[in-house]
Ligand binder design. Structure first.
Ligand SMILES: [Zn+2]
Length: 260
């Protein structure tokens, strides 16, 4: 009898931070926590903005943790989408040394978080442009927690997006084979929404993206080892969206980039 493959949800955590950026624990501590949760694979995705002089040390620690733990440990990074042109804060040289590249909207994303236009339609245009162009960047494997727009000066909720801009983004994800990260702490980005409300709004977005063939990954965005492998909200929002394991993709093995 063939052994049943373990469900993808619960097999890996694609988004965690360590002391190499703003996390509280070391690579080995995150790796041990992942091992304790029974994860097969963990990706370390510290923030990269331009230079990363610590990268060599991080790669050595990832290799050592990988050798020491039953969990496979991969080296990734989380960059910032810099502007509506979709430029990113990770250089080609740095990306070439990593197994996995995530990018997100951060405080320094021009035209969205920094200097947003007063007009909401214009702001949504900037978001769509930034996301679709970042997807088209061959260095980018996944967009971290898309639509994390509840804490910047100009707040956008998922419901502020009509079908057309959502479909434009979904098409870009699908055509470029860029993964959409369902991030466990997404409700943190919306302090004024109840968890029930943001779960329902985000589930609608996931449902639409799935209809357009977009594939998802899951991550905790843990900033301490205690949060590594916590994917309970991912499970909840996926259930609300009608998404199952078949909508998730496995993360690439070391050295295998997802995009051609
Ligand atoms: Zn992160």
């Amino acid at each position: 009898m063939p052994t049943r493959r373990k469900a993808l949800l619960g097999r890996y955590d694609a988004h965690t931070h360590t002391t190499f950026s703003d996390g509280r624990n070391s690579v080995l501590e995150n790796a041990r926590a992942a091992e304790a949760c029974g994860l097969e694979t963990l990706i370390i995705t510290d923030h990269v903005f331009g230079d990363a002089p610590w990268l060599g040390n991080m790669l050595r620690e990832v290799e050592a943790a990988d050798a020491a733990c039953a969990t496979k440990v991969l080296a990734g990074a989380e960059g910032v989408i810099l502007n509506p042109a979709g430029e990113i804060s990770i250089t080609e040289e740095i990306a070439a040394r990593l197994d996995f590249v995530l990018v997100d909207f951060g405080g320094r994303t021009e035209g969205i978080a920094a200097d947003p236009p007063a007009n909401q339609a214009r702001l949504i245009k900037n978001v769509v442009s930034a996301v679709t162009k970042a997807c088209a960047n061959p260095l980018v494997d996944a967009i971290a927690h898309p639509l994390n727009l509840g804490r910047f000066p100009a707040v956008l909720s998922p419901v502020d997006f009509k079908a057309a801009p959502l479909i434009e983004m979904a098409t870009a994800f699908e055509e470029t084979r860029t993964a959409f990260e369902i991030m466990n702490q997404l409700p943190w980005w919306f302090p004024d929404h109840s968890v029930e409300r943001i779960t329902a709004e985000y589930a609608d977005v996931l449902h639409l993206f799935a209809r357009f063939g977009v594939r998802f990954i899951v991550g905790s965005d843990a900033h301490s080892c205690g949060a590594v492998g916590n994917l309970r909200w991912c499970e909840r929002v996926m259930a609300a969206a009608g998404l199952g394991d078949e909508h998730l993709i496995d993360i690439p093995l070391a050295g295998e980039r997802r995009k051609p």
